[in-house]
Design a protein around this ligand. Structure first.
Ligand SMILES: [Zn+2]
Length: 928
């Protein structure tokens, strides 16, 4: 070979190298071989694609195998959060295409992370790109030229989030491999994704639950139990599956971290990875879609979903489908944060293997049918492994990322268009604003709502002067709505108004709409008993106002002087917790209305006697209440508040529902002792308590009171929930040697004795059925629903007994409450027949009085008229709900069972009902 020829050959080699880097990029042979071993093969079906059936080699960036010692999808292998985060940090340290960010800590102090991946140029200028996204997200004042330039120059940010639901174990494993692939793969496809999209990866949203599920998986393997045999009673500190029902009220740390991350990055897509239905469901939903989702986003869901279905089906994967799962109505999911902020919120459900195993697919016939939205259904009888799940998820995500890369400017243009439409809508159509009066009765609660809107990135203004707006402009009606200086104004001519719109709207879920997936009504001002005004007069936009730049805070006031403080109960939780906040002082409650120094006070007014210092004033001010100091204590019938020793009781089946109650008590500063229902089996265990709160708890196997009582079947070995070397993340909040037993008959008897000797048992939702079925309070009965459909929504309740301490502070005779389908409770009416009256005449009067005393009293009922029941959401068959009890106070011996058919502490949404439960607790020994 001549030197010239050699030179030409070298040159050709170099050109080839540059032109087809991908072809020349070596494959990581060991890793690739493992992927192929782990992927099930089938003569007829494929469970992988060419996008993920290999791993490119890198001389610098470590693979999961190198750092963690296994290939994601290996049987028996799941990583803890610390290891997952360690892997992501290793990738970030090794690759200039990757940068790692912290999203903040969880409730238990584990770190949530975010990894950004793009080409090197983009990563070095990430702040510029974030700035462009932010400018597109808020296009107010953006010129046409600037808009065009930005759409051309910006890059869509696509945020993938894994494992919000802890038993859905595959996504964190998949996301580790995806991060590596996106960082190192030199295929033209992946280069295009890196060049045109900024991919964000949060491998685990529920970091606390992830560590627990890994523990439980190891325990299941050690005990040689079948898949799913060990339940996961705790995921996060407070919530389990409901961590994905917090998108509206942002109460949990993980949601707050996500929301902050969202506002920092302004992603165009938020994609949440779930696992349940086979094999890959890509979200669109059956509808009805939430009214506030822009029509463009609804189309974008479909566009992306059909791209994935086409591309994956083409590659031979069975069971990729859309539409027939979830509705798109309640915006309480984490992905709703994207959908309510002009981005695209979407999710997958891939088929899980519950842990890191394989099994043979065995689905009910309905899931295998070929229907229009599932033309290529999943199949039975094939082997499915965790690696199949990883292959499906990863292939789908790679298709979506490529599609967004290919259509970069279209998605960016849609993104800014949606924001422009929101601003324009608020400028040109009612409502132009919501006014939240500062002077309202429950002002501190109103301030919380204002702050919630601010957390969602919605601007809130404060009126600088008084004004008046037409209630119904454009007609002959000239009635005006007063706006006072200091009132909060949420203008609608800004890009992020959808959350405020949907939270303050009336939801109309139609009876013939598809079965709802979750709550159907959530109107938050109704549930929180906050006054808001929807403004139809565009003049509001011209009113003088200033931007609120820090969170709103309502400070209380104390007028007058003297050693006694009179504090009206406002019917909110801040009033109701005053006895706890004023601990150490003498707090009494007026049992009837009275006048003091010319001022009228209702029953329920607190009479606080100052010790030394400013403790009373501090408590009143801190809670935003209005107190009056007076020289002379009022001469009114009163009882002292004797703060009870509270037990909050959980089962080992699930803690999520009591978790919301626990969260509320923690937030309000009400101390309690946390016990399990099993502890009731120990004699005397309730001796140290005055109040037992037993929140709604799903029973084992979905059964009723008997399974709630007995727990899980006692088959097989004991199933511990304990901190051990094998399971270091269990046992933090409570522990047991065996999760299976419930309270048993001994526990039920102990509970009864506890009430009989003077305790208060507070039950809600399903746990209300237990004392009824055990016959604790014979006058209370349960009715099964026949045609009622009252699915998680807002209904009107009516006060029945104005003399109950439970209703202290509630000034209205009807008000909205949250209710979800069951239980339907009643108290038998007293027997007024001739025979009964004749019998009473011959009885000892004391005996007659005792008989009357033991009868349960309905304190609050659902509205007496079926057509007046519905405030917001779905209602069918309302006749069955009308006049049923919402709250009952039923005596037993010296104590009481207080039944809540409503859910007073529902998902940090129902603040308007909090005080009823707190009042019952604070007045546990003075309910009559
Ligand atoms: Zn899920």
């Amino acid at each position: 070979m001549s030197r010239v020829t050699l030179g030409v050959a070298l040159l050709v080699g170099l050109v080839l190298c540059a032109a087809s880097l991908a072809a020349q990029q070596p494959v990581d042979a060991e890793y690739t071989a493992r992927i192929r071993e782990l992927t099930p093969t089938d003569p007829k079906w494929k469970f992988t694609t060419e996008l993920v059936d290999y791993l490119p080699a890198s001389a610098t960036v470590p693979t999961p195998l190198k750092v963690l010692g296994y290939v994601p999808g290996t049987i028996g292998k799941l990583s803890y959060v610390a290891d997952i985060n360690r892997y992501f940090r290793a990738v970030a340290a090794a690759s200039p295409r990757v940068k790692l960010f912290s999203l903040g800590l969880s409730d238990e102090g584990r770190e949530m992370i975010l990894l950004a991946i793009a080409d090197e140029e983009t990563i070095t200028r990430l702040d510029d790109y974030r700035g462009r996204s932010a400018r597109l997200a808020d296009p107010r004042g953006l010129s046409g030229e600037e808009r065009k330039r930005l759409v051309a120059a910006a890059k869509p940010i696509y945020w993938l989030t894994g494992s919000i639901h802890s038993p859905e174990t595959g996504s964190p494993e998949m996301l580790m491999e995806l991060a590596y692939r996106l960082a190192v793969d030199e295929s033209e496809r992946t280069q295009s994704i890196r060049k045109n999209v900024i991919t964000l990866i949060t491998p685990v949203l529920e970091v606390d639950g992830r560590d627990r599920v890994v523990d439980v998986y190891q325990l299941t393997r050690q005990l040689k139990l079948p898949r799913g045999a060990v339940s996961l009673p705790y995921w996060g500190k407070y919530t389990a599956h409901d961590n994905n029902r917090d998108g509206m009220v942002l109460s949990q740390q993980l949601t707050r971290n996500y929301m902050k991350g969202f506002l920092y990055w302004r992603p165009v897509v938020g994609h949440d990875l779930h696992e349940s239905v086979p094999f890959l469901y890509t979200s669109t939903g059956t509808g009805p879609y939430n009214d506030e989702f822009d029509p463009i986003v609804v189309n974008e869901w479909h566009q992306l979903a059909y791209e994935e279905i086409n591309e994956l089906t083409k590659r031979g994967l069975p069971g990729v489908w859309t539409h027939g799962f979830y509705d798109g109505w309640a915006p309480n999911y984490v992905l709703a944060i994207a959908n309510l902020h002009n981005a695209i919120g979407r999710f997958y459900e891939t088929y899980t293997s519950s842990g890191a195993d394989c099994h043979t697919v065995n689905l009910p016939a309905a899931g295998l049918e070929r229907v229009w939205y599932r033309p290529n259904p999943p199949v039975n009888g094939v082997k499915w492994c965790i690696r199949s799940n990883i292959n499906y998820q990863q292939s789908g995500v790679l298709v979506a990322l490529k599609y967004v890369a290919d259509n970069r400017t279209t998605f960016l243009d849609n993104y800014v268009t949606k924001a422009e439409r929101m601003v324009q809508r608020g400028r040109t159509s009612a409502p132009y604003a919501f006014v939240i009066p500062h002077g309202q009765r429950r002002a501190a609660e109103a301030a919380d709502l204002v702050n919630l809107f601010r957390s969602h990135g919605t601007e809130v203004q404060v009126a600088s002067s008084d004004g008046a707006l037409l209630r119904k402009p454009g007609g002959s009606d000239t009635t005006k709505v007063a706006v006072k200086a200091g009132d909060w104004i949420v203008r609608m001519d800004q890009p992020y108004t959808q959350t405020a719109r949907t939270l303050l709207a009336i939801q109309r879920y139609k009876p013939d709409d598809p079965q709802p997936y979750d709550d159907t009504g959530w109107t938050i001002d109704a549930l929180r008993h906050v006054e808001t005004i929807q403004v139809a007069d565009s003049a509001v936009l011209a009113m003088p106002m200033t931007m609120l730049v820090v969170d709103a805070k309502v400070t209380g006031t104390v007028t007058g002087s003297g050693p006694t403080y009179l504090v009206p109960h406002l019917g909110d939780w801040r009033s109701a917790v005053l006895p706890w906040q004023a601990a150490g002082l003498k707090v009494a409650v007026a049992e009837s209305a009275f006048t003091a120094e010319g001022q009228q006070y209702a029953a329920g007014t607190f009479i606080v006697t100052e010790g030394k210092g400013t403790a009373a004033r501090d408590a009143i001010n801190g809670l935003g209440l209005k107190g009056a100091a007076t020289a002379v204590a009022p001469a009114v019938a009163q009882h002292p508040v004797q703060l009870p020793r509270i037990a909050l009781m959980h089962t080992w089946r699930e803690t999520q529902n009591e978790g919301w109650v626990r969260f509320a008590l923690d937030q309000m500063g009400v101390p309690f002792t946390y016990i399990s229902d099993q502890s009731l089996r120990t004699p005397g265990s309730l001796d140290r308590f005055d109040v037992v709160v037993f929140p709604h708890a799903a029973a084992f196997g979905g059964g009723g009171s008997s399974t709630l009582l007995n727990g899980a079947p006692m088959i097989g070995p004991p199933i511990p929930w304990k901190k051990t070397a094998l399971t270091p993340n269990l046992g933090l909040w409570d522990q047991t040697d065996d999760m299976r037993p419930g309270m048993g008959l001994d526990g039920a008897a102990a509970l009864r004795r506890f009430v009989e000797r003077g305790g208060l048992l507070l039950v809600e939702g399903v746990t209300s059925e237990l004392p009824v079925n055990l016959g604790f309070t014979p006058s209370v009965s349960l009715t099964p629903a026949r045609t009622l459909r009252a699915r998680g929504a807002v209904y009107r309740a009516q006060v029945v007994r104005t003399d109950s301490p439970i209703l202290y502070g509630y000034e209205r005779r009807t008000f909205p409450v949250y209710f979800n389908q069951a239980p339907l409770l009643s108290v038998q009416q007293p027997d007024t027949s001739v025979t009964a009256r004749e019998n009473e005449a011959i009885m000892d009067p004391a005996q007659v009085a005792e008989q009357k005393r033991m009868r349960g009293r309905v304190i609050l009922q659902f509205h007496e008229r079926a057509d007046s029941l519905l405030v917001s959401g779905l209602l069918v068959g309302g006749e069955e709900l009308a006049r049923k009890a919402a709250v009952i106070d039923a005596p037993l011996g010296l104590g009481h069972v207080v039944y809540f058919a409503i859910r007073p502490f529902w998902r940090w949404q129902t603040q308007g009902s909090f005080a009823m439960a707190l009042n019952a607790i604070a007045n546990w020994n003075a309910l009559r």
